[in-house]
Design a protein around this ligand. Sequence first.
Ligand code: 13P
Length: 291
Amino acid sequence: MSVFVNGNAIFDAARKGHYAVGAFNTNNLEWTRAILEAAKETKTPLLIQVSMGAAKYMGDYASVKHLVEDEMRVMNITVPVIMHLDHGNYEAAKACIKAGYSSVMFDGHDLPFEENLTKTKEIVKLAHERGISVEAEVGSIGGTEDGITGEGELASVSDAKAFADAGVDYLACGIGNIHGVYPENWKGLHFDRLKEIAAAIDTPLVLHGGSGIPKEQVQKAVKLGISKVNINTENQLAFAKATRAYIEAGKDEDKLAKGYDPRKLLAPGTQAIADTVKEIIGWLGTPSIKD
Ligand code: 13P
């Protein structure tokens, strides 16, 4: 039996309760442990998600799933955890359904609309037959590529409706959000469009690029219908900063204390990720599971 849960009950409750659940990208063992530690301490459900690139870096989809499962066992994690594929293409979504993920994102935003919709429906069918949740994307999430930061494409209400009707369990919508670090001249989230989409469909909505959005804007978006918030960069920055501080303090060169041991070298960064995840969970208002 799988140790993971799908997103159905968790996101029904989140949408109705006007709070959100965090989806945190894992990149390795330390990331996985830090995210699970935060879930354990806050007693809240969350998603551990992996991108196609991070899965390749770590091995393959099955190895990431096994890592998360094993860490949950070793750490005695009892809060619900959703094992999710982040921004998968068609093949990746199918591979993760096969590998036993409890949730997959099929991101067909770069396909023509009709093809994106048709393929999404195919993934929904395959996934739902196995009790797996599906996220899709309308509009597009901006980001920086080759030094040029794009705002992404605003999701249209009619496109969002079409994807909701296709049976997706949660829907990522472009509302001016951007992956990675936000540029200084970023204009903020498009709350009017978010309101229109949330009024038109009951499907829980997903905010990608959650790192670096001011707390007030995140919380306003959650009140308006965002139920899942994706975070990756914030944890990377926190990890890098803490690791830098350790090295700049010369601790890695302390031979007596064996400061060069990776278990010591990576500890402050790992703790920084756990602290960041806990802080974000607080922003999102995810309620603790009662004992
Ligand atoms: P950030 O890296 O900007 O937090 O975005 C994460 C994300 O949306 C993953 O899909």
